[in-house]
Design a protein around this ligand. Structure first.
Ligand code: F6R
Length: 241
């Protein structure tokens, strides 16, 4: 595991964008695993800027996102589809037909999760998976549990995740209670993983993820067992490491 220390969020975003840019340059038809949330917004801004400058070409890139709220249609401003379009896709030259996000409106969760696994397998797997870290150690929406989920599945969001995500909704009541998410197994099959973590509020959980026991109670701790993980974190997040 490589750990890069960034001064602050801005430097973290530039370092993370450098790693993704290198992947896109070295393999222009890469399959990128993408994340939503606050952590990658700065990274996406950097990628947009580099694409605008003509230094990055996403025309052959394929993407698969980690997760989507169950029940939210694409047009809903809180859907992850909407987030990805607004924060990245609309400003880079990616072909929207090459972007994949679980379909939150598919009521048959088994069918949708199986379809999504097949999409990922059909693309030949994920070359580089970008991850943020939840305050409870979740990656994707893989919440603390008694075992590691192998495949894309439907999850009940924990109170702590609903609390953390309510900032994007009118109230906590409006946060969907379920989501479709890649499983830990899906994530672990990615050839490379890039975990980005920012802020003092993530210092304790980042310490547990990197130094604690590997346990499904801290889902991201499984990353200790992956052979190609890069962590880019700012000084505040690394304060307890
Ligand atoms: C997002 C996702 C989540 C977030 C995590 C951190 O697609 O799957 O695991 O990465 O909740 O969120 P932020 O970056 O908002 O702190």
């Amino acid at each position: 595991m490589r750990i890069y220390r960034a001064k602050d969020y801005d430097e973290l975003s530039r370092k993370a964008a450098n790693i993704i840019a290198a992947q896109v340059i070295m393999k222009p038809d890469s399959v990128l695993g993408l994340a939503t949330g606050s952590s990658p917004v700065g990274t996406y801004k950097q990628l947009i800027e580099r694409c605008r400058m003509g230094d990055l070409d996403f025309s052959q890139i394929k993407s698969v996102n980690l997760d989507e709220y169950r029940g939210l249609p694409r047009e809903n401003e809180q859907s992850y589809y909407y987030f990805m379009r607004e924060n990245l896709f609309k400003d880079i030259n990616i072909d929207m037909a090459n972007t994949n996000i679980p379909d939150g409106t598919e009521p048959d969760s088994e069918k949708e999760c199986l379809r999504y696994e097949r999409v990922i397998a059909g693309l030949g797997g994920i070359d580089l998976q970008l991850l943020g870290l939840g305050h409870n150690g979740h990656i994707g929406f893989n919440e603390p549990d008694s075992s590691f989920a192998k495949m894309t599945h439907c999850v009940d969001l924990t109170p702590s995740t609903i609390e953390a995500n309510k900032r994007f909704f009118a109230s906590a009541e409006d946060v969907p209670r379920q989501a479709y998410t890649m499983g830990i197994g899906t994530i672990m099959r990615a050839r490379k993983i890039l975990l980005i973590v920012s802020g003092a509020d993530k210092a304790q959980i980042l310490h547990d993820v990197l130094n604690g026991p590997v346990t499904p109670q801290v889902p991201a701790s499984i990353l200790q067992l992956h052979s190609n993980v890069t962590v880019v974190a700012d000084e505040a997040a690394l304060a307890k490491c």
